[in-house]
Design a protein. Structure first.
Lengths: 260, 214
């Protein structure tokens, strides 16, 4: 009987042999070749025990944080994105917010003194609180709808999530602006929640238009795993409370959340 | 666990959208690609370079190069495979550089990384006896030396085929060789590893038997 060469045994083990069936049959019959194969197998199995360190669940995020400042702008098409309707709409909303804040600050009567009188900064912050509260409400609604999405017709194998995706794209632009504003305002806790929300929105916006129930389940699991819906609800509620609170109370709440 | 065919298809489709948006000027769309593929690229880079700082550098550089060359990326191709290839090429450069730096040393260093996942802890059954601990630590040291003794091409071919399950054609592209030559490089790598490790693997088996008996 002609034995199998070492080279063929390695090819067979590594799944690159063209004569896979023939070698398999031979190994079943020939003890000598089987022993030789087991010796190769033992070395490779030992190598498989060499560990690879786990870089951590947030490794991708850390890579991005280090990488982002190094990425040059794609200049050729940079200006185009600023004229996209959804981005213009988001800018419009923020510009309107700033105009209202400016006017509110400008026409505020200076002779109104007392503990409840707000400064211009406090008025601006209050408007930001209202706008972010609404934004979180809309985000929550979209994520809940996405979590409950089902095919319109049970016989259909795919679910159309185009509407949720478009909304996620719009929310994404707003979210970036609010996150930057929160950072500038020193509200790091709010900025952190908005950052988490941004990643979920990015995932939704970049999913395929039509997903299978299994793929949809994956998206649901992703939303649930980070507890983003819960966090959005908690912060949304807190922002609502901040709308009703005095400026002094607001400052202390913000400080407490940032500490936490 | 490897992703299912359906999942893999979803990832490819979703990657294609992210690539398109990045090319349209949305830099943040690239974040999705980075967060999705970082772990896989890190695993490949670590197995090729054998140490964490180099592996992390390879990951950064691979994504930076991928971003810079994104215009050359064929829309129908698989982004994961493409960035893998870029990482493997950069890892080869890094290994060459490292070899020069370590040329003065007599034997390659055994890295302390991942001691928490040491083969000793990964052995499933018997309680570790001092003999087994010694033999397993020795074996690990020999395995790292044997891997470091492979040429860059051999190590790349072995890591990509044996651990990462890449197709021979894909390995050939990275090695800039024919498929036949890439296949031969895999054989050579396994032969060299076998030659270097078989005596110690035998000892480890004996040590396991001793651990069972005691």
């Amino acid at each position: 009987m002609r034995h199998v060469t070492e080279e063929d045994l390695i090819a067979y083990r590594e799944g690159v042999s063209a004569e896979r069936a023939a070698i398999g049959e031979h190994l079943a019959m020939c003890e000598e070749c089987r022993e030789e194969f087991e010796r190769i197998e033992a070395v490779l199995a030992a190598l498989d025990t060499l560990p690879v360190p786990n870089p951590g669940d947030d490794y991708g995020r850390r890579v991005w944080q280090q990488l982002a400042p190094r990425l040059p702008e794609k200049r050729a098409r940079w200006w185009q994105s600023w004229f996209e309707p959804k981005r213009l709409a988001a800018f419009g909303a923020v510009a309107a917010m700033l105009v209202v804040a400016f006017l509110a600050g400008h026409y505020w009567k200076p002779n109104q003194v007392g503990p409840d009188v707000a400064t211009k900064e406090q008025v601006r912050e209050r408007i930001l609180v209202v706008a972010v509260g609404e934004h979180l409400g809309r985000s929550e609604m979209m994520l809940v709808e996405l979590s409950n999405a089902e095919p319109k017709d049970p016989s259909q194998k795919r679910v159309n999530i185009t509407s949720e995706q478009r909304r996620a794209e719009d929310l994404l632009d707003e979210n970036r602006l609010y996150r930057q504003t929160a950072l500038q305002a020193g509200d790091t806790a709010l900025a952190s929640i908005l950052d988490e929300l941004e990643r979920v929105l990015l995932d939704v916006a970049h999913s395929p238009d039509q997903v299978t129930p299994a793929q949809l389940e994956k998206i649901r699991q992703k939303i649930e795993a980070g507890g983003i819906l819960f966090k959005v609800r908690v912060v949304g509620k807190e922002l609502q409370e901040r709308q009703n609170a005095t400026p002094a109370q607001n400052n202390s709440t913000k400080l407490e959340r940032n500490k936490a | 666990m490897p992703p299912s065919v359906e999942n893999a298809q979803t990832i490819v489709e979703s990657d294609a959208v992210a690539v398109e948006r990045t090319l349209a000027g949305d830099r943040d769309a690239f974040r999705v690609l980075v967060e999705r593929h970082s772990h896989n690229v890190f695993r490949l880079a670590y197995r090729m370079t054998g140490n964490r700082p180099d592996a992390e550098e390879v990951v950064q550089e691979a994504f930076l190069r991928a971003y810079q060359k994104l215009g050359q990326f064929a829309a129908r191709a698989n982004f994961g495979t493409w960035v893998y290839r870029i990482a493997a090429n950069y890892a080869i450069d890094r290994m060459r550089q490292r070899k020069k730096e370590e040329a003065r040393k007599a034997a390659p260093a055994v890295h302390e990384e991942g001691m928490e996942n040491d083969p000793v802890a990964l052995v499933r059954d018997e309680a570790p006896t001092p003999e087994r601990l010694t033999h397993n630590l020795e074996l690990r040291k020999h395995m790292e030396i044997a891997l470091a003794a492979l040429s860059h091409s051999e190590r790349t071919a072995f890591v990509m085929r044996h651990w990462e399950g890449c197709a021979i054609e894909e390995i050939a592209v990275v090695l800039k060789s024919s498929s036949g030559a890439a296949k031969n490089t895999v054989f050579r790598a396994v032969q060299k590893l076998r030659l270097a490790l078989q005596p110690f693997v035998g000892k480890a088996t004996q040590a396991r038997a001793m651990g069972t008996e005691s």
